[in-house]
Design a binder for this molecule. Structure first.
Ligand code: SF4
Length: 357
């Protein structure tokens, strides 16, 4: 694999999940439920966990949300991060409520003394703090000093925040430095990666709807991961957060950094295609979401490249005229009419998964 070696980073632990060092890149999301709605928040956490989410974050806009957070924490299968803006009292309440990590921007939490109180409480609770810098909320003094909203200003903001926590004897720090522009995000993380050993949380902020957002995140996050930068990530999408998890694993799997669930390869179709491949590939993709085994599945339009590609897959189908050949580990198993192709393929996949245990 032609990736750069992983950047050396310190490790921190979030509710038993290690971030940094040699630990696998951790997949995170953020609930979009109202935190005060305990049952709805837990339902979403369970769906996220099922999809492979390893840590999720909840917004704490007020004390009522902090109270609800305590109830959610007691029943959550995932470590939970409390997301705090502006009010240090909410950070203290979230730590008391059992947060496994808090995310703050020390620049907007209200002065050194308040940051000290939050750092003290987090240290006593044994939890890390994520310093979340966002290109949209940089201090004017930093923008002026660095000549605009750029990688240098964002990096300076992150390092200032980390230094402030260090002054209060706190070093269980994770840093994120997100922009909505993938190119700026890449530049900022590159610069930051040279200047600190704290683990880095990757993301392209306000990335967009599923289609645009996945592409922007895959470019920004993918480029950094390929350079060995990044210890945990969140793909931000204007969508069901479960989609963020599918996208995160797709990025990690495409770089060979994590394996989870099946990988589907399908051909783009061309003038040789004599089956309704798009419908079949989409149906297979939907059904594969329920499979946990890391198998490779090929859905090919024809037998020109089809069987060749399908041979590299654990299971594959290659189209003919209104029918498909089914392959398993390079062996042709049988021919089925296209109406039966999805079911026949899924039957084979289930058998294979059962044999894998
Ligand atoms: S696998 Fe066959 S149908 Fe698909 S793009 Fe290649 S040649 Fe065309």
């Amino acid at each position: 694999m032609a990736l750069y070696p992983r950047r050396k980073s310190k490790t921190v632990t979030v509710g038993g999940v290690v971030i940094g060092g040699d630990a696998p890149v951790v997949v995170q999301s953020m609930n979009n439920t109202d935190t005060r709605d305990v049952e709805a928040s837990l339902r979403q956490i369970l769906l996220l966990a099922e999809a492979g989410c390893e840590i999720t974050r909840l917004a704490i806009p007020d004390l009522e949300a902090a109270d609800a957070f305590a109830k959610i924490r007691r029943r959550s299968p995932l470590p939970l991060v409390a997301d705090i803006h502006f009010d240090y009292q909410l950070a203290l309440a979230a730590i008391n409520a059992g947060a496994d990590k808090i995310r703050i921007n020390p620049g907007n939490i209200g002065g050194r003394e308040r940051v000290r109180q939050v750092a003290d409480a987090a240290r006593k609770a044994g939890i890390p703090i994520r310093v979340g810098v966002n290109s949209g909320s940089l201090k004017q003094s930093l923008i002026d000093a660095h000549g605009g909203v750029n990688a240098a200003a964002m990096t300076a903001s992150a390092l200032d925040s980390a230094a402030l926590l260090e002054r209060f004897d706190f070093d269980q720090i994770i840093i994120s430095i997100k922009a909505s522009d993938p190119a700026l995000t890449i530049e900022a993380y590159r610069l930051l990666a040279q200047k600190t050993q704290y683990p880095l949380h990757l993301g392209v902020t306000e990335a967009g709807t599923i289609r645009e957002g996945v592409i922007r995140s895959a470019v920004g996050i993918g480029a950094l991961l390929a350079e060995g930068i990044g210890d945990t990530l969140r793909v931000s999408l204007t969508a069901d957060p479960v989609e963020e998890i599918h996208a995160a694993y797709a990025i990690l799997k495409s770089l060979g950094l994590r394996r989870r669930g099946p990988e589907l390869i399908s051909c783009p179709t061309c003038g040789r295609t004599a089956v309704d491949l798009q419908t079949i590939a989409e149906a297979v993709e939907a059904k594969l979401k329920l499979i946990r085994h890391p198998i490779r599945v090929a859905v090919m339009g024809c037998a020109v490249n089809g069987p060749g590609e399908a041979r590299h897959a654990d299971i594959g189908i290659a189209g003919g005229k209104g029918e498909f050949l089914i392959f398993r580990k390079g062996e042709i198993l049988r021919k089925v009419p296209q109406e039966q192709a999805v079911k026949a393929l899924m039957d084979e996949i289930e058998q294979l998964c059962a044999s894998l245990g």
